[in-house]
Design a protein around this ligand. Structure first.
Ligand code: DLL
Length: 446
């Protein structure tokens, strides 16, 4: 029998991560990183035309990699490289060694595809186990996994990690909030994995249903896939009595489990024996000073199916120079508050304004003046797209306007994979900018 009291207190259970590289002395960690970098650079150079070409341009071969510091000799990789080599052009392993693919969420345009060998899946699960261990989770925990299952990495990433931890995983996926609350209660769930905005919605719905989360054994939330803030954490913790932990990751690097907060809740530890971090100036690509804010660049040190050399994440953060009070030696990054590009995340789906534009302009009668307004209602993200239509259309019958509105909503849903409300506005309603158009107004309170 599981002892719920001990689980709620975060004690008991068998798993202890002391043997994980989290605690390695610095010199040993660097040795491990060096060995792995040499292997992965060779894998990339020998098997991926793009990497070989880029390295040749820089006059670098795998023989030039002597230590982890030599990572700076390597070329950068961008999201556009994945799109340009769609679908399998960056795979470094033969198809019969690739056991899984995932793809970026939400678009019917060309998604970015990522691949895993059996060994890569093990690296991923192991990173997730280390993340869960950071939160004080262990075998005996009952995990409600409300990240979406499918091409998105959230669902299966947390799922395999939870099983590898020895916990009990409930693969409920996202949505159907009333059922989520029923299961949370009836199955004595001790930890939940979902986006922080969705959990806020769960909390609000639970209140309406008369369920007080404080009375349940739930003690930890594993929240990520979108930016959130300290005030959001305070709100969640006060409303539920659980500890709300941050988890970071991106599909190109592996999925969730690239970094995780520990119980100190003061920055995210990066599992840097597998995902090597640099911070660069987002404009120039030059390295930042220690502790300085910039763009996070990651190199996968272990991923054989699809190595990523110096991947530009566009996520803005810094590396903390001090070591953590928890005793882990692996470095921490500050939580991600913003990106250096214009991508925004709504209900866990990554959206670029350019995709909205494409969807709008696919329909005649619209003008290229639009604005995206993001709001949060009862904890749920809402997206409204305001778009100017020609004067002719606007003076038309209501029926015609409704027809156009529906057409646009359908086009958006088809391109983005999520619903958006469309509001047609008269010509010249949307503010014209002097420089960069302000496409996105984010009114979501974090
Ligand atoms: O969102 C992987 C994931 C799943 C992470 C579940 C955590 C939990 P992508 O869909 O490829 O992968 O989106 C990656 O989401 O570059 C960040 O901009 C953003 N992001 C992910 N986690 C966080 C976080 C998954 N904890 C992109 N805080 C990343 C802020 C986050 N932003």
């Amino acid at each position: 029998m599981t002892n719920l009291a001990s689980i709620k207190a975060g004690t008991g259970g068998g798993f202890h991560p002391a043997s994980a590289p989290d605690y390695l002395p610095d010199a040993q960690l660097r040795d491990l990183q060096t060995q792995r970098l040499k292997r992965i650079v060779k894998q990339a150079y020998d098997n991926v035309a793009l990497y070989r070409r880029r390295m040749e341009e820089l006059n670098v071969t795998p023989d030039d990699i002597h230590s982890i510091d030599d990572v700076v000799k390597l070329p950068f990789t961008n999201k556009s490289d994945l799109r340009d080599n769609y679908p399998f052009g960056l795979f470094a392993a033969p198809m019969n060694e690739i056991v899984r693919v995932h793809a970026s969420s939400g678009t019917t345009g060309k998604p970015t595809v990522v691949a895993y060998t059996r060994e890569d899946i093990d690296v991923w699960s192991n990173s997730m186990v280390r993340a869960f261990a950071c939160y004080g989770m262990h075998s005996g925990d009952i995990i409600q996994n409300a990240y979406g299952y499918g091409l998105f990495t959230g669902g299966l990433g947390a799922h395999y990690g939870g099983e590898a931890l020895g916990a009990t995983v409930i693969p409920i996926s996202g949505g159907n909030t009333d059922r989520q609350i029923m299961i949370m209660k009836d199955f004595s769930v001790t930890a939940i994995c979902c986006t922080p905005s969705y959990f806020l919605h769960v909390l609000e719905r639970a209140q309406e249903m008369g369920v007080d989360i404080h009375d349940l054994p739930l003690r930890a939330g594993v929240f990520g896939a979108e930016p959130w803030t300290e005030s959001m954490r305070d709100r969640i913790e006060a409303m539920s009595g659980i500890k709300a932990y941050d988890i970071y990751g991106l599909s190109e690097i592996i999925g969730p489990g690239v970094g995780a907060e520990c119980q100190a809740q003061d920055g995210l530890h990066l599992f840097e024996d597998h995902f090597y971090p640099e911070i660069v100036n987002p404009e120039t690509g030059e390295p930042c000073q220690p502790g300085e804010e910039g763009e996070l660049v990651l190199t996968t040190l272990s991923k054989m199916a699809m190595p990523m050399l110096r991947y530009r994440t566009h996520d803005i953060t810094c590396i903390y120079p001090e070591t953590c009070s928890c005793g882990r030696g692996i470095r921490r990054i500050r939580r991600i508050g913003r990106r250096s590009d214009d991508m925004f995340i709504i209900r866990g789906v990554n959206v670029f304004p350019s995709q909205v534009e494409t969807a709008l302009l696919a329909v005649e009668e619209t003008m290229p003046h639009y604005q995206i307004i993001l709001d949060r209602e009862k904890g749920l993200d809402r997206m409204e797209v305001q778009v100017e239509v020609t004067a002719d259309v606007f003076s038309d019958k209501v029926r015609a306007l409704e027809g156009l509105q529906n057409k646009l909503a359908k086009s958006l849903e088809h391109t983005l994979g999520i619903h958006a409300n469309v509001r047609l506005v008269e010509p010249h309603t949307i503010e014209r900018s002097q420089g960069k158009a302000r496409r996105v107004i984010d009114r979501r309170e974090m």
